[in-house]
Design a protein around this ligand. Structure first.
Ligand code: ADP
Ligand code: GLC
Length: 485
């Protein structure tokens, strides 16, 4: 939840969606663990009188509720404070791997949220849960854990941001959840003998959403369903895809404070040239306005298509006059391969293996093209930022990428709707063809290139539309009859 904590797009979404919902007339309160980054965010954090204990793992663990607000809004953020669980370097893992007590940490979080709603006396209609970390909440509401009166009328919506991360734990962790073993069955919490918190959320929530219509369809198929396709298919029309939005207060080249020059669709050629010049200098690339500059900002995870990008780079950095600016952190083997490529061709490939908000903005603005050949992509935000920054996205046709980037096909070029370059078959050949097409257009067809850039910059992916869709779904969820239990 930016600006409190972020590891990827979920942070952007949770920081902006409540504010957008508030603008639709919805009163929102958010719950978040009091992670170390939250406590150090510089926001004003205040104690509340609410403290309690949660019985977990044979102990009674203390919890304090702290309060802050999302900047420029009246969205209350209640922080579940238990330093033993949350005052750590990472949110879910450190350099040694996943935290071994994640099941306990997030069972505690979910149980504390339920307790906090009661103590804060919040007037709740909908509890909107994000990803496996919150997956137990719908189960607590449905099974009425704690027996609170508001549980009779409250409804839950579970949003899947990435089905590949399911919160799977060995069955022995089941008692940590505080739920009866009867729920540890194939239809609810059990998955191949393990406890699965994403599946729990999917099974118990009144409505399930995910972050694009295409991904909503894809995850009902074995290829994308990560084993949960049957559970998802079973939800029928209660599984809905809503594309993420962009917070244009944060991501707008006209006002972006991180950039050496600001620009809009009317003067992008000048502004982007200045940003490109500055980035080439800053990253030690050859300063040349004519060379195509391709940007990547991405977690170094299999999802993001690195098994295609790396072979492409191996070939291109020694043979093509194209520059690369890459920002990312993640899997050590990808880091090592990229480091080697950057050493091999430092004038063509600039690499920053770190998490830097500023560098992300500067790359988005400076590059001519933005590469996102994800194997799968629930929504993806970087391609949306790229569109706004006039950096033409080159993407694999999957999930949210398929829903937000319009390919430079002959028909789309003719009717001037193209905003990027897509490839359908997930292969090196497919990727290379798309990148070649983009580079060709950039180098040899200026009018066509300008058309694509400007069409993308004019696209509106603000939160307004998506927030309205969430409001419709909340409404539908509240007014549909459910059999309880
Ligand atoms: P995902 O959530 O799967 O990582 P998204 O495209 O939805 O993918 O969102 C990624 C978000 O994380 C974007 O805001 C992007 O700018 C940011 N990001 C990813 N890697 C880095 C990095 N190394 N430094 C700064 N920001 C990053
Ligand atoms: C996940 C997905 C990404 C999506 C983000 C926010 O991290 O990988 O596609 O944009 O969540 O919903």
């Amino acid at each position: 939840m930016i600006p409190l904590a972020k590891t990827g797009g979920l942070g952007d979404v949770c920081g902006s969606l409540p504010v957008a919902l508030e603008q639709c007339g919805c009163r929102c309160s958010a719950f978040l663990p009091a992670y170390r980054s939250v406590m150090r965010s510089g926001l004003r954090i205040e104690p509340t009188p609410h403290t309690f204990t949660i019985p977990i793992g044979g102990r009674h663990v203390a919890c304090r509720i702290l309060h802050t607000q999302l900047p420029n809004s009246s969205v209350d953020v209640y922080l579940i404070d238990q330093p033993q669980y949350y005052d750590r370097d990472g949110l879910y893992h450190d350099r040694h791997g996943e935290y071994r007590d994640n099941c306990e940490r997030f069972s505690f979080f979910c149980r504390a949220v339920i307790q906090a709603i009661e103590q804060l006396n919040l007037d709740v209609d909908i509890i909107h849960c994000h990803d496996w970390q919150a997956g137990l909440v719908p189960a607590y509401v449905e099974t009425k854990l704690g027996g609170f009166r508001w549980m009779d009328r409250v409804r839950s919506v579970m949003t899947i941001h990435n089905l590949a991360y399911q919160g799977r734990f060995w069955h022995v962790d089941m008692p940590l959840t505080g739920l009866d073993w009867q729920y540890f069955n194939f239809h609810q919490m059990e998955f191949h003998g393990e406890l699965n918190l994403m599946k729990t959320g999917i099974a118990f929530a009144n409505t399930v959403t995910t972050v694009s219509p295409t991904y909503a369809r894809e995850i009902t198929l074995p290829e994308f369903g990560c084993g949960l396709e049957a559970s998802l298919k079973a939800r029928g029309d209660q599984l809905v895809g809503i594309v993420n939005g962009v917070d244009y207060a944060q991501w707008n080249p006209k006002t972006d404070q991180h950039l050496p020059a600001n620009y809009s669709v009317d003067d992008w050629q000048v502004g982007k040239a200045q940003c490109k010049h500055a980035l080439q200098q800053e990253l030690g690339l050859e300063v040349d306005p004519a060379l195509p500059l391709i940007g990547i900002v991405s977690r170094l995870a299999d999802q993001k298509g690195w098994d295609l990008i790396i072979p492409l780079l191996e070939h291109w950095v020694t043979s093509r006059d194209v520059q690369w600016a890459i920002l990312g952190t993640g899997a050590p083997h990808y880091e090592a391969q990229l480091r080697q490529l950057a050493q091999q061709a430092p004038h063509r490939l600039a690499l920053r293996l770190e998490f830097s908000e500023q560098a992300a903005h500067r790359i988005e603005a400076a590059c001519d093209m933005f590469l996102m050949p994800s194997r799968y992509e629930p929504c993806g935000l970087n391609q949306l930022y790229s569109l706004k920054y006039g950096s033409v996205p080159v993407v694999h046709t999957t999930g949210g990428l398929a829903d937000t980037v319009r390919d430079a096909s002959p028909a789309n070029l003719l009717n001037k709707s193209a905003t990027g370059f897509r490839f359908d078959d997930y292969s090196l050949v497919g990727l290379e063809r798309a990148v070649n097409k983009a580079v060709d257009s950039y180098l040899h067809n200026q009018p066509q290139w300008a058309q694509i850039v400007e069409t993308g910059m004019r696209d509106d992916w603000s939160w307004e539309q998506s927030a309205k869709r969430y409001m419709e779904i909340f409404d539908r969820t509240l007014h549909r009859e459910y059999s309880s239990g």
